[in-house]
Design a protein around this ligand. Sequence first.
Ligand SMILES: [Zn+2]
Length: 299
Amino acid sequence: MQNADPISEQVREVVQAVVEALRVPRPEEIPAPVAANSFEAHALRAEIINVGRKLWDRGYVDGNGGNISVRLGANYVLCTPTMMSKRDMQPADICLSDLAGNILAGDRGRTSELLLHLEIYRVNARARAVVHCHPPYATAFALTGTTPPVGLIPEYEIFIGPAAVAQYETPGTQAFAETVLPFVQDHNTILLANHGVVCWSDTATHAEWLTEILDNYCKTYLIAQQIGKPLMFIPEEKITEILALKRRLGFPDARMAPLEDTIPPVQPENPELEKLVRDVVARMDERGPCCSARLKLDI
Ligand SMILES: [Zn+2]
């Protein structure tokens, strides 16, 4: 038997270990029970519970109303259960669903509004969390089928801007879920006619922020109208400055081109590690076929 170069053997073992590390299953390949018990899932459940309490404290979720969901990897969604106050949730109450709405883990039935959340996730990859609730001032606008005017408060312009109103449909139905589809790309905040609001963002916490910003804006606008003086709108050139900032922050706005045009190219999962492996393999190639013949990297 031919003696192998011990250094080459050691390098090969290291590179093979790195290659194996690169082949660790990605979240979408992880079985549901493993995903349900992952560190990420535990952290997202805690965030959902915290967001639920904030919504309840704010008076945005009456009775068992409102629902929250968060994407877990590529194939799963964590969501609130049906028939439960958003104040009282425990980790075991949070459901794990697939993207078709099938429950895969959790002690309770999922929220009936998960269909609405899933439609948003289906058409907008930027949406990683969805909050639906019934904040009273924003819902008052939804009862009239109108949205508050823009151009009054910078924070509202940056985080939300022009809201949309989705037409009425019976809650919990697929038809209801699809009412938001015309608006999901250009609006992170949508009023649901005769019902409430739905907001999407990168996290549940940020989606909850949108509900606060929207409802406070609607409240302030309504109070300002009671003063009896004309409203002072932000000058157009200042709105342009706000929109430039908004573009840099990656928030959608119907007054700007769709965000899809500015999505940066997808980066490798771990570019530094992949470059290291390629460098090592290239050096082994320089030393001859004995070192790299068995290493066929597919990265
Ligand atoms: Zn509702």
